[in-house]
Design a protein around this ligand. Structure first.
Ligand SMILES: [Cu+2]
Length: 70
């Protein structure tokens, strides 16, 4: 069993609450139990999750956003 850890990312390309919802869904697809907080103005994503930062970055970028380690 993988221990949940805190993953902080910066996500570019989110322009509205719909984008925030989309990115939140992407994280929850990788880990349904994830706790996700996203600040739209700064693009800061803070997740407590068993998914790795690399997994989340790849999934978010595949959806057309630009994620990187914060
Ligand atoms: Cu949007």
């Amino acid at each position: 069993m993988t221990q949940a850890s805190n993953v902080k990312l910066t996500v570019k390309g989110m322009t509205c609450q719909g984008c925030v919802n989309s990115v939140t869904r992407i994280v929850k697809r990788a880990d349904p139990e994830a706790a996700v907080a996203i600040d739209l103005p700064t693009g800061k994503l803070d997740a407590t999750t068993t998914a790795s930062a690399g997994t989340l970055i790849a999934a978010i970028n595949a959806a057309g956003y630009e994620a990187r380690a914060a």
